[in-house]
Design a protein around this ligand. Structure first.
Ligand code: MF3
Ligand code: CO
Ligand code: CO
Length: 265
């Protein structure tokens, strides 16, 4: 099924376009990083994302995507993903995920980081560590032509060491000229992931959401976007956009200042 889809396999000049888009997105994350601190409103982070993107003549992919009202997602503590920036003031002890996606010359780069604000609990540090490590372990497990299931296998195995929940309702995705395309990248090995393969030329995200407690989530019926853990316990996430080449994976959204593989929080 994936095999026949020409748009999923990028040729070299298209790969360069994705490299450019993701490089810009990573620079934007580096620009945002020092602003994610206690006393800052999540709406201020959103304004900075929007201004930086427009100043560079690019576009935030989130704004207006399926009606999403802001230019990035800010997901605090028990918010799993898709938090809408607003008048929440970031507090000491919070964990805050900022998820940014840019459109650069028609191509998309997508990434997120979870930030530890000031003095956080041991649990917050640990769940954030697990999210980072499981993402890099998953990326490390990938070889040209491997099955998508390798990703979920690596993430579940790391989360199981801690007894943490791995979210199932929201997944990674193919990405390119469209925000979300095939293949679906579940962070647990499901049936389809045992069939789908990651061939050279494919671009996709790996973005595990790791919960301190239950893996189950609830969607906010009021705003239609905010996803929270069902038990109200915290959740952490990291995301990179990845290109598979003939030689293996390239992490396209690597930042200058963000956590590298092996980073300890
Ligand atoms: N950036 C998110 C992802 O990783 C998607 C956000 S969609 C939005 O796929 F509409 F909420 F912005
Ligand atoms: Co994504
Ligand atoms: Co994202």
């Amino acid at each position: 099924m994936l095999r026949g889809k020409r748009e999923l396999y990028l040729v070299e000049c298209e790969r360069d376009s994705m490299r450019e888009a993701c490089k810009f997105n990573a620079q934007l994350m580096d620009f945002i990083r020092p602003h994610v601190k206690a006393g800052v409103l999540t709406s201020e982070i959103d304004s900075l994302v929007s201004e930086y993107t427009l100043d560079h003549h690019h576009r935030p992919a989130c704004l207006g995507y399926q009606g999403f009202p802001k230019s990035c997602c800010t997901s605090v503590n028990e918010v799993v993903c898709h938090g809408i920036p607003g008048d929440y003031e970031i507090q000491d002890g919070d964990i805050v995920n900022v998820d940014i996606t840019s459109i650069v010359n028609g191509w998309l780069g997508d990434q997120s980081e979870t930030f530890l604000i000031g003095n956080v609990s041991d649990e917050a540090r640990s769940v954030t560590q697990c999210a980072l490590d499981s993402m890099y372990l998953a990326i490390d497990a990938l070889t040209p032509g491997c099955r998508v299931a390798e990703i979920g296998r690596a993430i579940i195995s790391e989360a199981n060491k801690y007894g943490y929940g791995v979210v199932r309702e929201y997944v990674g995705h193919g990405i390119g000229r469209r925000f979300h395309q095939e293949p679906s990248i579940p962070h647990y090995p499901n049936r389809q992931a045992h069939i789908d393969r990651i061939h050279p030329g494919m671009c996709f995200t790996v973005e595990p959401m790791i919960n301190l407690g239950t893996r189950e989530t609830v969607l906010d019926r009021g705003d239609g976007w905010t996803v929270r853990t069902k038990d109200g316990l915290i959740s952490a996430q990291f995301e990179h956009t990845i290109l598979m080449t003939e030689d293996g994976t390239e992490i396209l959204t690597m930042t200058m200042g963000g956590p590298k593989p092996g980073h300890r929080f």
